[in-house]
Design a protein around this ligand. Sequence first.
Ligand SMILES: *Cc1c(COP(=O)(O)O)cnc(C)c1O
Length: 382
Amino acid sequence: MSWQQRIDRALAQRRAEDAYRVRLPNRGGGGRWLEHQGRRYLNFSSNDYLGLSRHPAVIRAWQQGAERYGVGSGGSGHVTGYTQAHQQLEHRLAEWLGYEQALLMISGFAANQAVVAALASEGDRILADRLSHASLLEAATLSPATLRRFQHNQPPSLAQLLEKPTDGQTLVVTEGIFSMDGDSAPLAALHRLSRAHGAWLMVDDAHGVGIVGDEGRGSSWQQQVKPELLIVTFGKAFGVGGAAVLCSQSVAEYLIQFARHLIYSTSMPPAQACALDAALAVVRSGDDRRAQLLDNVQRFRRGAASLPFRLLDAPGAIQPLVVGDNAHTVALAQRLRDAGLWVSAMRPPTVPPGTARLRITLTADQQPEDIARLLEVLHDAG
Ligand SMILES: *Cc1c(COP(=O)(O)O)cnc(C)c1O
């Protein structure tokens, strides 16, 4: 089969499975509304949970950073791309989260790839929750280590894997709050088991940081656990983009030597680091925004309990409604779209087969009447 035949066949197969993905250009995301082809939609798909992508102080910090540093960093951090703005943000993040060091990364996807690729060698094993984000599972698959997946949020399943003898090192991997199911990992139990077997725990808290824990310090802080490696991302509650790895001094030094995603890639623009510094201040003092978000979550869950779809046990901003069948899910998303509501349909392979769902996200920007409208259309459709 030629390259072209292979590509055509894969595309045809995706279409046949009702799993074909398209990108729709909008005029400004984030916030309460989203505009697409001249029509306004209530936005129930954004990860901008606290509404910070449009926060005036964050925008101003980005503008001032660009005036001072220019719009690009000019190179990898190992050359000219590490500025005082990057350094200050790393210090603040490390102090905030209680780690010796933070290393900024261009994205959460890159952070997960970088850490796993730099650490894992032949003979090591990576034990990952089966619902871990694609960036974690793919990093593990591409690494020379063996990947084994344990049952979602089941410490006994991890224990079984840990008990098998190994000559190499073991890295246990999980999300803090899961991106597709919205539930929290039992971090204390996972960490206790890992330590008992000399393994390290790596937690990707993309959806927990900024949202849960004192001052938004995230899932591990909330559960009083300090994983050896903590990944936080800034495209969600921080409303910006980028990520950081939190770790010990020596692990940070090791990553600076060996993490190829750091060494061979242009660092984030300094102005972005300035914006993130401003966003961090808003996140830390953001209890009012977090309370608003939680209020919206509870309002939605109360109303959704009587729907004929499975509402997962999710405490935070991500509220999946499992429909099951791909075509049904897409039709339901379309019905919501027609009614002026922007909700994403998630289908396999992003989620397990047979569990296609609406991934509804709530944010601090939404108003009570927005949620009432969503529930009304869902009840009609159900
Ligand atoms: C969004 C997400 C990522 C990727 O982060 P980016 O900064 O968007 O690349 C990684 N892990 C999880 C769990 C995520 O939800």
